[in-house]
Design a protein around this ligand. Structure first.
Ligand code: C5P
Length: 215
């Protein structure tokens, strides 16, 4: 396909979503937040009381997701959905059920777009190994936990602590990096953007430079 694909991977609260959204707007690329798909499966599983060990039922949920519905469901943004997402995302049948839709979005973006930007955990390694640009956005887990806590406070959810957020994030990192199928890791040819000390503005400038160089 001739679509221009930007793949952005990294752990939670690294800044990858912010960079993906801005790139999409500034470079006129269609954007897919792939984490939303896993959040959708995790949330649907919890809502319907489907056991996290029932791989076939979860794969069926994955095969029947509706992207427009996911985008409008505010509950998917919360940490409960994130935890459920990271549990269902270890299952190979769930990942397989979501693979083709992600690839299709990347290679045949919606009408009006010449390319796409996808962010997630395995975009550069599994979904789009031939992407024109691959970024791996990361930061120390303590910094990411503090960012997530600030975000939760901004949204009015103040009934949690730094320690709780940090423990959650470490558990999620361990599951995402340690799973057998499509673990979180940088692609060999990814540009690493470590936002521990780098501001999001500087990281974004480097991302734009990489995109312009690849065009
Ligand atoms: O990016 P986000 O925090 O929304 O992702 C939620 C969870 O979904 C991640 O912790 C991960 O377990 C899973 N995920 C994944 N592969 C992706 C995107 C997300 O396994 N491409």
């Amino acid at each position: 396909s001739s679509a221009f694909v930007v793949a952005i991977d990294g752990p939670a609260a690294s800044g990858k979503g912010t960079i993906a959204k801005r790139l999409a707007t500034d470079q006129q690329l269609a954007h897919l937040d792939t984490g939303l798909l896993y959040r959708g499966v995790g949330w649907a599983a919890v809502s319907a009381n489907i056991d996290l060990s029932d791989e076939q039922a979860l794969a069926d949920l994955a095969a029947n997701l509706n992207l427009a519905e996911l985008e409008s469901n505010k509950q998917l943004r919360g940490d409960q959905a994130a935890v459920a997402a990271s549990k269902v995302s270890v299952l190979p049948a769930v990942r397989a059920a979501l693979l083709q839709a992600q690839r299709r979005f990347a290679n045949e973006p919606p009408a009006g777009f010449h390319g796409s930007v996808l962010d997630g955990r395995d975009v550069g390694t599994v979904i789009c190994p031939d992407a024109a640009v691959k970024l791996y956005v990361t930061a120390d887990v303590e910094v990411r936990a503090q960012r997530r806590l600030n975000e939760l406070h901004t949204r009015g959810a103040s009934d949690t602590t730094y320690e709780a957020v940090l423990a959650d994030m470490k558990a999620r990192d361990a599951r995402d990096m340690g799973r057998a199928t499509a673990p979180l890791k940088p692609a060999d040819d990814a540009l690493i953007l470590d936002t521990t000390l780098m501001s999001i503005e500087v990281a974004y400038e480097q991302a734009v430079a990489a995109v312009k160089a690849a065009k």
